[in-house]
Design a protein around this ligand. Structure first.
Ligand SMILES: Cc1cc2nc3c(=O)[nH]c(=O)nc-3n(C[C@H](O)[C@H](O)[C@H](O)COP(=O)(O)OP(=O)(O)OC[C@H]3O[C@@H](n4cnc5c(N)ncnc54)[C@H](O)[C@@H]3O)c2cc1C
Length: 310
C-alpha cells in the first residue's frame, strides 16, 4: 500500500473509534456491487435515518476520513485491495416510496431501487418513469449519474432533490437546474448524499403503463448481457457510440484473465464468477488504449471506481 493509502487507513481507524457501534470495520464492499467482486471497505455505516448522516458528518469533520456513498453498486467497481475509507449505504426510511396519484408525483428516498419505483408507479397508473425498470440502481445513484435509457433521462422527470453533504454537514434542496444534470453526470459531489427525490408523472392507465414496463424488460433481456457487469463502461462520445468504437478497435470479446468485453454488447465488460475486480480495471485500460490507437478517440469511463477521484 502506498503512503496515501496508509494515511487513509489511519484516518479510518480514528473514525472507527469515534463512530463506535455505528460503523462496521473491514466489511465486504465488492459484494455490494453488481460485479460482485472487489475488496472490503475499511468502514461501513448503514444509515437508517438522517440522524446517522449527521453523526457521520461530525466524524468526517473530526477524522478527515474519506467517504463514498454506495447505492445498488450497479455503476461501481471496488478494486481488489478494497476501499480505505468509510462506505455509507442507505436503508430504513430512506427506502420509502410515496406514490401520490392525484398529484402525479413520486416522493422517493435515496435508497429506493429504480425498478421498484418504475413498477409501483406504473401499477398505480402514473406514466413517465416506466423506462427506469431497466436501470438496476437506486434513486440516489440515478440522480447522481442522471441515469437514463429508452430516450429518457432522470433529468426529464426530476422535480427536485434533498441532499446532505457528509463533508460539511450542510443540506441543500435542489431543482434539476441546480444539479447541473447532463449526459450521465451531475454536480452531486463525492460525499454528498441524495436523501430524497421528487419526480413528476402523468396520470394514465395502469394497464398501459405496466405493458410498457414489461416491454422494456423484454427489450433489455434481448439486447443486454446478464451476469456480472455494471452496464455501459464508457460514455458515448458526442455523436458516436462507445460500443461501435470498441468493436471498430477489434476489442469485442477481448479478455484480460477473468474479465471479457461482452460479445453481445461491446460497451459492457463481463466478469467470470469468482473473477477479480482488478481484471476489469486492466481491461478498461486495454480497451481505452486500443480505441485511442485505432480511432484517436479517448473514451471516458461511465463506470465509477471506489477510491478514485471522479
Ligand atoms: C445491467 C445494467 C444495465 C444498466 N443500464 C443503464 C442504463 O440504461 N442507463 C444508465 O444510465 N445506467 C445504466 N446502468 C448503470 C447504473 O445502473 C446507473 O448508473 C445507476 O444510476 C447507478 O445507481 P446505483 O445506486 O447502483 O449507484 P452506485 O453504483 O452505487 O454508485 C454510482 C455513483 O452514484 C453515487 N451514489 C449512489 N447512491 C447515491 C446517493 N444516495 N447519493 C449520492 N450519490 C450516490 C455513488 O457515490 C457513485 O458515485 C446499468 C447497470 C447495469 C448493471
Amino acid at each position: 500500500m502506498n503512503g496515501a493509502g496508509i494515511d487513509a487507513r489511519a484516518r479510518a481507524v480514528h473514525a472507527a473509534e469515534l463512530l463506535g457501534e455505528l460503523a462496521r470495520r473491514d466489511e465486504p464492499l465488492g459484494a455490494r456491487t453488481t460485479y460482485r467482486a472487489g475488496g472490503n471497505a475499511a468502514l461501513l455505516v448503514v444509515a437508517t435515518g438522517e440522524g446517522v448522516l449527521h453523526a457521520v458528518s461530525d466524524v468526517v469533520a473530526r477524522s478527515g476520513v474519506d467517504v463514498l456513498v454506495v447505492g445498488c453498486g450497479s455503476n461501481l467497481l471496488v478494486p481488489d485491495r478494497g476501499y480505505p475509507g468509510l462506505a455509507l449505504v442507505l436503508a430504513g426510511p430512506l427506502e420509502r416510496l410515496d406514490v401520490d396519484v392525484p398529484r402525479g408525483e413520486l416522493v422517493a428516498g435515496g435508497a429506493v431501487p429504480y425498478p421498484v419505483l418504475a413498477r409501483r408507479s406504473a401499477a398505480a397508473g402514473l406514466r413517465g418513469m416506466e423506462w427506469a425498470v431497466g436501470i438496476p440502481g437506486s434513486v440516489g445513484g440515478a440522480v447522481s449519474m442522471n441515469a437514463g435509457g429508452h430516450g429518457a433521462a432522470t433529468a426529464d422527470r426530476l422535480v427536485g432533490a434533498r441532499l446532505f453533504d457528509l463533508r460539511t454537514g450542510a443540506s441543500r434542496t435542489a431543482g434539476p437546474g441546480d444539479l447541473a444534470l447532463a449526459y450521465r453526470s451531475s454536480n452531486v459531489a463525492a460525499g454528498e448524499v441524495v436523501v430524497e427525490a421528487v419526480f413528476a408523472c402523468e396520470i394514465g392507465d395502469p394497464a398501459d403503463a405496466t405493458d410498457e414496463v414489461a416491454s422494456i424488460v423484454r427489450w433489455r433481456r434481448a439486447h443486454q448481457p446478464g451476469g456480472r457487469n455494471a452496464g455501459s463502461v464508457f460514455t458515448n462520445p458526442p455523436g458516436d457510440s462507445a460500443g461501435r468504437l470498441v468493436e471498430l478497435a477489434g476489442m469485442k470479446g477481448a479478455r484480460v484473465r477473468s474479465a471479457q468485453v461482452s460479445t453481445k454488447h461491446a460497451n459492457f465488460i463481463q466478469l467470470d464468477a469468482g473473477g477479480a475486480a482488478d481484471d476489469v480495471l486492466e481491461l478498461v485500460e486495454v480497451v481505452r488504449a486500443a480505441v485511442a490507437a485505432r480511432t484517436g478517440v479517448e473514451l471516458a469511463t461511465e463506470l465509477r471506481v471506489a477510491g478514485r477521484d471522479r
